[in-house]
Design a binder for this molecule. Structure first.
Ligand SMILES: C=CC1=C(C)c2cc3[nH]c(cc4nc(cc5[nH]c(cc1n2)c(C)c5CCC(=O)O)C(CCC(=O)O)=C4C)c(C)c3C=C
Ligand SMILES: [Fe+2]
Ligand SMILES: [Fe+2]
Length: 351
């Protein structure tokens, strides 16, 4: 670790006479939500336990939540979620799509910033591996005394963005020599992000053999109570949809916003995606396309819940054509968004 009392006096490329580590680089750390290491009961349970023990995610009093989590959730949910993960698992690499795509994003962003020898790009997961702490250790060992953390969420929720930042701050608390720190803020209306979404919709629709009557923008849900406590998440999702509608021109009139992935019995943000699928089909809508603009990478929530389950619901209730528009992932447009935001946040550090 970079914890020598010599701190800032290290030479840029390391000190050959004393063996002091290199110094003077900027670390960029992309962080997504996380993912289980495997789909069996115990791997799923370990992952869900870490995730659902996070007080930024489940805000119920822990004395009340602990017996529910250990008595009900962790006995039933791991098997159910394991089935969902198995249906989308990347068999070739034996890992979840979220991990494959996040790694690819990190590698492509590193390529794009390759002309900058002082920048090192890496990735981590908030839950599961690679951990944020291990990757901060890695970056500081490689000479990063400045760190830009990028929580991969366009819209801010305490359950996602804040918990990534908390974990970074917790790691820094343990370090004698801390790197200087910046975090990438949410970017719900960023023009490069909005244009990339609009382009991905128009190019996807151009390849379809049908014209959708409705285009659904489905965001991950959040308990309504969290919004009442101050999360700007719902407003930021609406901001994204409004900006996207404008960027799409006349096609934008077809755009409808919904919220997916309700968890537990409390009320979550509405309209719910699954109920909307049913209602649209019952109202006679036959053809839809659906995108998930709040997800930077495809994952179980988009590939299984939307491309799988939501499609089934729509078709079962009388819909005829359904097309899922993938996340921006490591597409040229997706990487352009990430690089643009990184360059914007590095101003003054790396111009
Ligand atoms: C994109 C933003 C996300 C918000 C906001 C969010 C809030 C949130 N999620 C849960 C519960 C679960 N989420 C699960 C998976 C999951 N969630 C997000 C993103 C957001 N979550 C992603 C990217 C993923 C996919 C991870 C992957 O590996 O593919 C799961 C696990 C899957 C399952 O069992 O269904 C749960 C559980 C809560 C409670 C919450 C807000 C309070
Ligand atoms: Fe989630
Ligand atoms: Fe889900």
């Amino acid at each position: 670790m970079n914890e020598s009392p010599r701190g800032d006096v290290f030479a840029k490329t390391g000190d050959e006479t004393t063996g002091a580590p290199p110094y003077g680089k900027i670390g960029v750390l992309l962080v997504n939500l996380g993912t289980p290491d495997d789909t069996d009961y115990w791997s799923m349970r370990r992952y869900l336990k870490e995730f659902l023990s996070d007080r930024r995610v489940i805000e119920i009093n822990p004395v009340l939540w602990w017996p529910i989590l250990n008595g009900i959730v962790l006995t039933t949910r791991p098997s159910k979620s394991g089935v969902a993960y198995r249906s989308i698992w990347n068999e070739e690499r034996d890992e979840s799509p979220l991990r494959t795509i996040t790694r690819a994003q990190s590698e492509k962003v590193a390529d794009k910033l390759g002309h900058r020898e002082d920048i090192i790009v890496d990735w981590a997961m908030r839950y599961g591996t690679p951990t944020i702490a291990s990757r901060i250790d890695g970056l500081t060992k490689r000479g990063c005394n400045r760190l830009l953390v990028f929580p991969l969420y366009p819209q801010y929720a305490a359950a996602t963005t804040a918990t990534v930042n908390d974990t970074v701050f917790d790691k820094l608390k343990t370090m004698r020599v801390q790197p200087a720190l910046r975090t990438v803020p949410p970017y719900p209306k960023d023009p490069v992000y909005i244009q990339a979404l609009a382009d991905s919709i128009t190019s996807h629709l151009a390849d379809l053999d049908f014209e959708p009557e409705v285009i659904v923008a489905s965001y991950h849900g959040l308990p309504k109570a969290y919004i009442e406590k101050g999360d700007p998440y719902q407003c930021q999702c609406m901001d994204t949809s409004d900006a996207l509608r404008e960027a799409l021109g006349p096609l934008g009139r077809k755009l409808k916003t919904t919220f997916q992935s309700r968890f537990g019995r409390a009320e979550w943000l509405q309209p719910y995606t699954d109920k909307t699928m049913e209602a649209l089909a019952r109202d006679g809508v036959k053809r839809i396309a659906i995108l998930t603009p709040g997800f930077v990478a495809d994952c179980v929530e988009t590939l299984e819940e939307i491309a799988g389950e939501a499609k089934e619901i729509f078709l079962e209730h009388g819909g005829e054509r359904f097309s899922f528009i993938p996340c921006l992932n490591d597409s040229d447009g997706g990487i352009r968004v990430l690089v643009h935001l990184i360059e914007q946040e590095l101003k003054g550090w790396a111009d």
